[in-house]
Ligand binder design. Structure first.
Ligand code: APR
Length: 251
């Protein structure tokens, strides 16, 4: 086994990292998300059909988020981002702001953010993104162009995820790729581990159970991220590449 010299870390999180904070994951038994069928609230067509239903759906989640707190897994990643001496990139599929609440900075939200609304380009808007912490008022004018075309700043099914060039660039330079709390069934996020592998990175997944892309991971740590991640971060920060070598040897 070649001597590892890990410098650049890329982390990808999914709904599972927020589960212990009380946010339901997507692929639960019911197949419903917050009692709605995904296609009724998470597509551009759903918004064209019934913008008020879609706005209300996200308004409900945004109001709930105000009382939801980060868990030890979010806090562990914030510590890793602060204390790791090399490159560190945190990409999340989640639209909640629990990484930020835990202290993580420069989080890449590839599926958008619940606490933001955007002047809808498809409707002739200017694309300006506005922070918000309240139910959306459809009459609110865009602060930049003045049009009343603000929509949830969420990437819906059928829309392009955000910051893909930046993410690809970071993956191409990664030495360690860590995936946390994602089932690995939704692309392009599910393909990130493959890109990291081709870049020569060591790959580790943290999940309740092996994900759909488990074959690309050099090691898997299965259990609740609120328990497994703080211990992992502690050992990574104190022993670095040596610990990772040990982890994958034992995999
Ligand atoms: N600790 C670690 N992993 C957990 C925990 C936990 N406490 N609880 C659940 N998980 C794992 C589950 O085992 C599951 O594999 O988190 C994963 C969540 O998978 P999904 O519900 O499919 O969520 P995610 O992978 O983030 O979905 C990706 O799909 O619906 C779209 O845009 C949406 O961003 C979302 C994307």
């Amino acid at each position: 086994m070649k001597q590892l010299n890990i410098k650049n870390i890329v982390v990808l999180t999914g709904a599972g990292i927020s589960a212990e904070s009380g946010i339901p994951v997507f692929r639960s038994e019911t197949g419903l998300w917050e009692n709605h069928r995904v296609e009724d609230v998470c597509t551009p067509e759903a918004y064209d059909r019934n913008p008020a239903l879609v706005r209300n759906f996200y308004d409900g989640m945004r109001v709930k988020l105000a009382n939801i707190k980060p868990n030890p897994a979010h806090l562990a990643l914030a510590r890793l981002g602060r204390e790791w001496k090399g490159g560190y990139t945190l990409v999340t599929q989640n639209i909640d702001n629990l990484h930020e609440q835990a202290g993580s900075e420069n989080v890449i939200h590839m599926h958008g953010e619940l606490m933001k609304i955007r002047c809808y380009e498809d409707y002739g808007g200017c694309g300006t993104v506005v922070e918000t912490d309240r139910p959306q008022d459809p009459e609110q004018p865009c602060p930049n162009c003045g049009k009343k075309l603000l929509r949830p700043h969420i990437v819906w099914f059928g829309e392009m995820p955000l910051d893909m060039d930046l993410i690809s660039e970071r993956l191409s330079k990664s030495d360690l790729f860590i995936s946390i709390g994602t089932s690995g069934v939704v692309y392009p996020a599910a393909g990130f581990v493959r890109s990291a592998k081709f870049a020569g990175a060591v790959t580790v997944e943290f999940n309740l159970e092996p994900s759909a892309t488990k074959g690309y991971f050099d090691a898997g740590v299965y259990g609740k991220a609120g328990t497994t991640l703080p211990d992992f971060v502690d050992r990574l920060l104190s022993r670095g590449s040596e610990y990772i070598s040990e982890l994958i040897r034992g995999a």
